[in-house]
Design a protein around this ligand. Sequence first.
Ligand SMILES: Nc1ncnc2c1ncn2[C@@H]1O[C@H](COP(=O)(O)OP(=O)(O)OP(=O)(O)O)[C@@H](O)[C@H]1O
Ligand SMILES: [Mg+2]
Length: 365
Amino acid sequence: MAQVSLKKLVKRYGALEIVHGIDLDIKDKEFIALVGPSGCGKSTTLRMIAGLEEVSGGAIEIGNTVVNDLPPRDRNISMVFQSYALYPHMTVRENMGFSLKIAKQPQSEIDKRVNEAAAILSLEALMDRRPAQLSGGQRQRVAMGRAIVRQPEVFLFDEPLSNLDAKLRTQMRTEIKKLHAKVQSTVIYVTHDQVEAMTLADRIVIMRDGYIEQVGTPDQVFKKPATRFVAGFIGSPPMNIVEGVVQSGAIVFANGDKLPVPEQFKAKVKEGDKVAFGLRPDDIFPTGHGLHSGQAADVHELTLPVAITEPLGNETLVFVEFAGREWVSRMLNPRPLASGEQIKTSFDLSQAHLFSVETGKSLAV
Ligand SMILES: Nc1ncnc2c1ncn2[C@@H]1O[C@H](COP(=O)(O)OP(=O)(O)OP(=O)(O)O)[C@@H](O)[C@H]1O
Ligand SMILES: [Mg+2]
């Protein structure tokens, strides 16, 4: 069993505190994604779990054992980095077996584990090649193979796919998902890429400036972002978020444009409150061209000028001008639109979010 717990975990470099006492309980066999902007402390946290960075405060438990002072090799973890640094003079087979050889495992055991890992990762045909004779994706698979042979209870990944092109990333993403299903280890996976996090993880941890902003399933963090920051970070294209003031049942934006206070928030705001109004591109659509067309619960319709369109084939992103800025909307079954054309636009207010401008917290809770 390898549940992982972070208890008031702190990292300081000299006087500078980077990770500010975070708490997190990761279940055995769970796939956790750590996401957040550059510099928020993802790699530092992962490296503390791996034992590559000293802990400045609090504790890390792996399988109910405090590992703060255990060296990396005794933590029953394997880490896969962004730069997978295979040994260039060794074959794939030798690269994969190297850590077991160092650990003085018998050759028969090394062969058995390497062959198993090769089968899981479909590397059998490449075992006698050297890294220079492999594609980027194949090298990344070998790096994972090297991690698997150690049969760790916990896998740590730090942006393992960020050196690959978009197509390979998508392929490898699927492979990592299959891999997790097969090896049944606990996985902690750091990524910038929220799509990667959404598709892979059982739960997503959103970090910001050394704090945890929210922990939840992909569905929870997408549908119920706890803060304005999470709302803007999860989802692509990002949620439209615009600040306004509550006046006579409406949210009035800086240029005087307004939207009704959504029904579900009427009891949560009062006259004069400063709020940030959020609506995802899926919930704004040229009337009749939406995901929710015909079934949206609380549609508010406005006629707005088109700023620009981005056709994507099956859908078009339409940027409409409202409240002094551009709002991105999604148009299904698109028809051509000219810049400046006035179009009827539906805002599904039943899907709206409101955040306090002061605290950044969602008013939904
Ligand atoms: N050895 C160090 N000394 C001082 N500060 C450091 C050191 N290592 C990292 N930091 C700082 O700690 C913060 C967190 O770094 P970390 O590498 O954990 O970020 P990250 O979330 O992984 O970012 P990225 O997405 O860019 O990889 C950064 O501000 C970084 O500059
Ligand atoms: Mg990093």
